[in-house]
Structure formats: C-alpha cells, structure tokens
Design a protein. Structure first.
Length: 353
C-alpha cells in the first residue's frame, strides 16, 4: 500500500520535494566568516601546540609555549562569548633542545573538572580547573627523556594514554586518572617517525593511535589498543602516501586521519581517501557534522559524505578546535591570536543570542 501511494505522487510534488531537499543541503553550506580575533598577551609569538574545546562548559584551552623558557601555559577562553579569560602557568615553554618544549597535547575531563596536558620534560600535568588562574599543575613523570605529547581518555577504565613521541624508541604511557600513577607502557620500536594523535572509541572500548610510519607500513598505520592489557589488538595499514598525524572519530564508526584517509574502526577497511586536505590536529564537530583540519588553508570536510566543503586561508597554524554549542571554530595563529570563524548560517542563528 505505501509503495503504491508513493508511486502515485504527482510529478510536481516529487519535484518540489527534491528542490526542498536540495535547498536544505545548500543552506547548511554557508560561506565561512571571521567573526573575531581574540588577543592573548604576547599574541602567540612564541608558538603553541594542541587545543581543546569542552563544549559542556563552553571553554577553549590552548597549549601555549611562549617565547621564554619555563613560562609555558594553558590559555583559557570563553568559547561562548569569544573572550580571553586567563592563563594557567607551570609548563616548560620553549626549550632549546628539540622535542623538549611544552605544553603539548591537552584534553579536559569535564566530569572531574580536570585538564590534562603533556609537557616537554616528559611529564603529564594535571590541573584542577576549579582553581582558575591560581591552579598549580600536578606532575606525573612518564619516565622518558623528551616530551609527553598528545593524549586521550578512556572514561570506562579511567585511563589516560599519552604518546612519548620523541624518545628512542617512542612509547605510550598509560596512567590511572583516579590515582594519577603510571600503569604501564607500550614500546614502539617498529615506529620510524614517532607517534601521533590517539582517540578513544566508546563502542569498541579501544584506543586508536596514528603511527606515521613503521618498518612494515612506511605510509603509516592506525593501531587499535586494549587499555587493560596495554597491547595492540589490530593494525590498520595505510597503503597510500600519508604519514598520519591528527585523528578523529566521526559517525558510522569511522576514523578520519589528517591526510584524508578514512577507516572503518570495526573492520579496518579504507572507506575513503579525501584529496586536498592535510595538517596536524583535526577536530570533528557534531554541531555541524564537519571535520576541521588544522592547517593553512584550513580544510572543511562533511563527515557523512567525506567530501570537501571548502578551505579557508587562516594564517600560520596547525591547531583547531570547535565549540559544538555555537559552532564557533577556534584557530590559533602565530603572532596574531586566536581567530574565530563560523559559517553564515550559524552566525545568523546566534545573532539574537
């Protein structure tokens, strides 16, 4: 009965429906606008690394290294009103020896009101966000000789994993979020170009890490890791030139790398290879279902279709994070500050806020 009713629809109605769907899709892709540039003391002249948005509290956090040694900090920005709030000090800043500057990777555990960040002295620093600008980071030594870099969090087992990417060999460190003690390490003697971004997948209950190159897979691979056994359970080879850095989990259990290779986390199969994108940190925003690539120009990809929506000239950057509450895109730019973008539809929708 339903099939017969659909076939009997007048052609005019079907045409109108098609036009409506097309118009709706077009409305989603508005031109992006620079809506603000947030000035930070020093205007990021000393460099920066990874950034993070906690959309629940609408706060943006940026790992800033600063130009002077031992003055590294985490900059905190109001991601609802696009305003600089304060900085949290206690990080090593820019150092003369390669691979020893910090802070580096950063994430927020909203439920615990904690910020975790890798630092250049091979420590992970834990910050009580309730203390504001007066917070004193608690240091956990990972036992390496160089920086602790990018990290991810398993909220089921309360485990932090962080990559010590510049040590020889590089390794992963597993830390208890509850006791703030090192649980163990996973060495990577097979990695020939360090380690990069790790993400947590709630469905598979596994970590996934980008490995830019190994002896077996010179184009790179994504490894699946069991947080309890601290062992690699599967290896997903990348067969096209890539060297993945940033990694994000997007809908349909897909993993997207910063060089545009999309993998199925359930099978390891390559789903798509997106040309014309690249960069370091990448960020999936569920607010508009797009992936943003930390690079200049900044690539924007539709997470459902794996198609490039646009690219935006943003300036010298390798970092990006997005507030899913208002779809404001935060892009730190060397010597400028934090640029804030959104598309025209989101700007119109928030104009009466």
């Amino acid at each position: 009965m339903q099939h017969k009713t659909l076939v009997a629809f007048p052609v005019l109605v079907l045409s109108a429906l098609t036009l409506f769907v097309a118009a709706s899709a077009d409305e989603k892709i508005g031109p992006y606008q620079l809506i603000d540039t947030i000035l930070i003391p020093g205007n990021l002249s000393g460099g920066f690394d990874i950034s993070w948005v906690d959309s629940a509290s609408e706060r943006y956090y940026l790992a800033e290294r600063t130009a002077t040694a031992n003055t590294g900090r985490i900059d905190v920005i109001d991601a609802e009103n696009d305003k600089f709030l304060y900085s949290i000090t206690g990080f090593v800043g820019t150092q003369p020896v390669s691979g020893t500057s910090g802070p580096n990777g950063v994430l927020v555990i909203q439920k615990e009101n904690e910020l975790w960040a890798g630092d250049g002295d091979s420590t992970v620093k834990v910050v009580d966000l309730g203390a504001g600008a007066s917070a004193v980071p608690f240091a956990i030594n990972t036992g390496g000789g160089k920086r602790a870099d990018e990290l991810a969090y398993d909220p089921i087992d309360h485990i932090i994993v962080i990559a010590n990417d510049r040590d020889t060999p590089p390794f992963l460190t597993f830390i208890s979020q509850k006791t703030r003690t090192v649980l163990g390490r996973l060495m990577y003697p097979q990695a020939t170009s360090g380690l990069e971004q790790t993400v947590w997948d709630q469905q598979t209950k596994r970590f996934y890490i980008n490995v830019p190159a190994t002896n077996a897979n010179p184009h790179g691979e994504v490894d699946e890791i069991d947080p309890q056994t601290r062992m690699v359970t599967r290896v997903f080879p990348i067969t096209t030139p890539c060297g993945p850095a940033g990694l994000a989990l997007i809908p349909n259990q897909h993993l997207i790398t910063s060089c545009g290779v999309v993998l199925d986390a359930r099978t390891g199969a390559t789903v798509a290879t997106i040309s014309g994108v690249g960069g370091d940190e990448i960020w999936y925003n569920p607010g508009d279902d797009r992936v943003y690539f930390g690079a200049n120009p900044m690539g924007v990809v539709d997470a459902d279709t794996n198609q490039v929506v646009t690219s935006i000239a943003v300036g010298s950057t390798h970092s990006v994070a997005v507030n899913s509450e208002n779809n404001h895109i935060f892009v730190p730019v060397t010597g400028v500050g934090v640029k804030v973008y959104t598309d025209s539809q989101d700007q119109e929708g928030n104009s009466g806020k």
